[in-house]
Design a protein around this ligand. Structure first.
Ligand code: MG
Length: 340
C-alpha cells in the first residue's frame, strides 16, 4: 500500500473559545492510502489539548509505510503492527484503511458494519464561550433544536439563563474540565433548573473519585442530570475505569485512534450500562463523516465540526438543520470538492 499525506489549514467561521483556550484556525492532516488502483482517505486533527501537532502527525505518517502491507482488509493486523505514537495520525490511517477496504468491496462502510443509516440521532450545534448576551443571541439565531453550550468561562449560570429565555432548544452543557469539585456541585443544581439533557466533563480529566463524589452529592440533592465524560476517556480501557463514576461517555475517533477503537469503546460503554455520545474535533467532512458511520450505535450525536469551518474541502455527511444523513456511495462516501 502506498501512503501519502497533505497538511491542511482549517479557518473557523468564528473564534472557537472553550475552557481549554481559543482558536481561529486548526491544522489537520489528510491521509491517503492507495492499493490496486483504489484509494482511501482519512483525516488526523491536531488538537493542541492532546499535545498533537501537524508536524508530529506527519512525522508519524512518514515512518509507517513498511507496516502497512498489501491487504487493506486486514485492518486489525495492520493497526496492531503500527508503532505507538500520535493518536490522531493512527486515527487517520484507520479511517483511510476502512475507506479503502469498503471502496474495494463497493459498499458504504455502515453496511459492512451492519448498521442502519436511518437510525442517526440528530446532531447538536455548539455555542462556544462568549458573553452571555452574545451566546443567547447565537443560540436564538442558530435555530437548532439541540444546543451544546460550552461553559467554564465564569458567567455560566447567567449564560444558561439567557439561552433558556431565548430558545426552546434542548440544552447540553460542556465544562471542558473547567470546574473544581465544589464549584461543580454549586453550579450544576442551578443549571439543572433550566432543564439540561446532560453535563459533559465537569471536572478535571482523571478525577474519577471526584466524579463519584459529585454524582452522589447531586443525587442526594435530587439532581439527576446525567454526567458525561469526554477528556477523561480516550480508549475502551478508560471507559471501563469510569463505570459507576459517569452516566455516559463521549467517543471521538481522534481519541480512540479511529473506527476500530471507537467500536471497542462504544461496546465497552454498553456492557457497563453507560450511554454514548458520538462527537468530533474541529474536522472537515472527511473525519466527521467517518465518525457518523457509527452514529446508529449512539444515543447522542455532536457532529457539527464541518459547520464550524469555512471552505470545507470535502463533501460527505449531509445536514438538514440538526438532521444528518450518510452518503450512499462506497467507502466513507466522502469526495473532495472539485474547486479545492
Ligand atoms: Mg466535550
Amino acid at each position: 500500500m502506498k501512503i501519502t499525506w497533505e497538511p491542511i489549514t482549517l479557518n473557523l467561521k468564528t473564534t472557537f473559545r472553550i475552557a481549554h483556550g481559543a482558536s481561529d484556525q486548526r491544522h489537520n492532516v489528510l491521509v491517503r492510502l492507495e492499493q490496486g488502483g483504489a484509494h482511501g482517505l482519512g483525516e488526523a486533527a491536531a488538537v493542541p489539548y492532546y499535545g498533537e501537532t501537524q508536524a508530529g502527525i506527519i512525522e508519524y505518517l512518514r515512518g509507517i509505510r513498511e507496516y502497512l502491507g498489501e491487504d487493506p482488509a486486514l485492518i486489525e493486523d495492520i493497526l496492531e503492527r503500527l508503532p505507538p505514537g500520535s493518536r490522531a495520525a493512527r486515527a487517520g490511517v484507520d479511517m483511510a484503511l476502512h475507506d479503502l477496504w469498503a471502496r474495494q468491496i463497493g459498499q458504504p462502510l455502515y453496511r459492512l458494519l451492519g448498521l442502519n443509516p436511518a437510525k442517526l440521532p440528530q446532531t447538536s450545534f455548539t455555542i462556544p464561550i462568549q458573553e452571555p448576551e452574545a451566546a443567547a443571541e447565537r443560540a436564538r439565531l442558530s435555530g437548532y433544536p439541540i444546543l451544546k453550550i460550552k461553559l467554564g468561562g465564569g458567567r455560566d449560570v447567567e449564560t444558561i439563563a439567557l439561552i433558556r429565555a431565548a430558545t426552546t432548544a434542548r440544552l447540553r452543557v460542556d465544562a471542558n474540565a473547567g470546574w473544581g469539585r465544589e464549584q461543580a456541585l454549586e453550579i450544576i443544581p442551578r443549571l439543572a433548573e433550566y432543564g439540561l439533557e446532560l453535563v459533559e466533563q465537569p471536572l478535571a480529566a482523571g478525577d474519577i473519585e471526584g466524579l463519584r463524589w459529585l454524582r452522589l452529592e447531586l443525587r442526594a440533592q435530587g439532581v439527576d442530570t446525567p454526567i458525561f465524560v469526554d477528556e477523561s476517556v480516550l480508549t475502551a480501557r478508560d471507559v471501563a475505569a469510569h463505570a459507576g463514576a459517569a452516566d455516559g461517555v463521549v467517543i471521538k475517533l481522534m481519541k480512540s485512534e479511529g473506527i476500530r477503537g471507537a467500536l471497542r469503546a462504544i461496546h465497552t460503554a454498553r456492557a457497563l450500562g453507560m450511554q454514548v455520545m458520538l462527537s468530533c474535533m474541529v474536522e472537515t467532512s472527511l473525519g466527521v463523516t467517518a465518525a457518523a458511520h457509527l452514529a446508529p450505535l449512539c444515543d447522542y450525536v455532536d457532529l457539527d465540526g464541518p459547520l464550524l469551518i469555512r471552505d470545507d474541502p470535502f463533501e460527505g455527511l449531509r445536514y438538514q438543520e440538526a438532521n444528518i444523513s450518510l452518503p450512499e456511495c462506497p467507502g466513507l462516501g466522502v469526495e473532495r470538492r472539485a474547486a479545492l
